[in-house]
Design a protein around this ligand. Structure first.
Ligand code: NAD
Ligand code: IPM
Ligand code: MN
Length: 345
């Protein structure tokens, strides 16, 4: 049956990397017998410009009807002081679709290991997942701003914590069977509840080791001993910050994909980085984060592991052949990077 994929290109480098992701999919699909159609809708700043809202009704309806969603990036400095921002569309989409589980894999490409700012012995063996809670916490509590006062509320229910912890334990079962739960239990009530629930959920997974880590020291360990992690699970804000920090291990944000899953309904696949306004429109963005997001979609939403493996192998082969975008210290354009990957598919 034909699978429906919704493509949300968004802003900045979004359209450039989305085109690359879809080109890889178009090249691979006939080779693996994948039958699909792509619908494109306005989202983010592009949608504000068109209809005055970052998540138009038509886009939301299309998202709910899709089998999977690809999102490139949203955001632009032009909306920094605007009453409605592109980011609100992204948060609303995550909430509307119930995309509570955001999976951000951190792996070092062998061919790129020399690009990491860390010493080779520190990044040897780095391969972990950040499981970020995506529909709760301070992102979705009350935000209140006055001239002399501001408040942001951080809230978590037991049920919200329980389900993301279970996601982390399930992921750990497929890997090295270790979960590191990251919180700020020495200060925050939400973190105290988080830690209690983590300990309770762990009882259902006796084959998986659970350790707790405070977020400040976890940030330090991510640089001094990143190979110690297998599955990290943490609340929305900590996960946002730690996953960008983790991207430095691999040398660039430009190779970092993610998947976001709901209890049921379509999953969404997007790079972890933003719209990179500083390089937008120059044809130099690294498309690998988007291309690897397509691979995650094939594996998670359509059970096409072989297709996903082929994309990942083609990316590695293109890197090994020395085709590197500027963020990786090379001089390949987006188009040249894309062509090298397609040639290796
Ligand atoms: P950013 O992630 O857009 O960029 C950070 C740095 O990484 C920049 O120097 C950029 O050039 C570089 N970079 C990012 N992706 C790259 C790629 N594929 N290839 C090469 N270089 C790349 O973060 P920012 O500048 O802080 O934010 C810009 C806008 O993006 C903001 O409006 C922010 O809210 C938004 N944002 C959106 C998403 C999303 O759509 N999911 C995620 C993060 C930030
Ligand atoms: C991300 C982004 C978003 C977030 C922004 C754009 C709202 O930084 O996907 O990591 O903070 O979740
Ligand atoms: Mn982020």
């Amino acid at each position: 049956m034909t699978k429906k994929i919704l493509a949300l290109a968004g802003d900045g480098i979004g359209p450039e990397i989305m085109a690359a992701g879809l080109a890889v999919l178009a090249s691979l699909a006939p080779k693996i017998g994948f039958d699909y159609q792509v619908e494109e809708e306005a989202f983010g700043g592009a949608a504000i410009d068109q209809v005055g809202h970052p998540l138009p009704d038509k886009t939301l309806v299309a998202a709910k009807q899709a089998d999977a969603i690809l999102l490139a990036a949203i955001g632009s400095p032009q909306y920094d002081q605007a009453p409605i921002r592109p980011e609100q569309g992204l948060l609303a989409l995550r909430k509307e679709l119930g995309l509570f589980a955001n999976i951000r894999p951190v792996k070092i490409f062998g061919s790129l290991s020399h690009l990491s700012p860390l010493k080779p012995e520190r990044i040897a063996g780095v391969d972990f997942l950040v499981v970020r809670e995506l529909t709760g916490g301070i992102y979705f509590g009350e935000h209140h701003l006055e001239t002399e006062f501001a408040r942001d509320v951080n809230e978590y229910s037991r049920a919200e914590i329980d389900r993301i912890l279970r996601t982390a334990f399930e992921e750990a079962r497929k890997r090295k069977k270790k979960v590191t739960s990251i919180d700020k239990q020495n200060v925050l009530a939400t973190s105290k509840l988080w830690r209690q629930v983590a300990d309770q959920v762990a009882e259902d997974y006796p084959d998986v080791v659970l350790e707790h880590q405070l977020v400040d020291s976890a940030a330090m360990l991510m640089i001094t001993n990143p190979a110690k992690f297998d599955v990290i699970v943490t609340e929305n804000l900590f996960g946002d910050i730690l996953s960008d920090e983790a991207s430095v291990l691999s040398g660039t944000l430009g190779v970092m994909p993610s998947a976001s899953h709901a209890v049921d309904g379509p999953s969404l696949y997007e790079p972890i980085h933003g719209s990179a306004p500083d390089i937008a429109g120059k044809g130099i963005a690294n498309p690998v984060s988007m291309i690897l997001s397509v691979a995650m979609m094939l594996r998670d939403s359509f059970g096409l592991s072989e297709g996903a493996d082929r994309i990942e192998a083609a990316v590695e082969a293109a890197f090994l052949a020395g085709v590197l975008t500027q963020d990786l210290g090379g001089n390949a354009s987006t188009q040249e990077m894309l062509e090298a990957i397609i040639n290796h598919l």
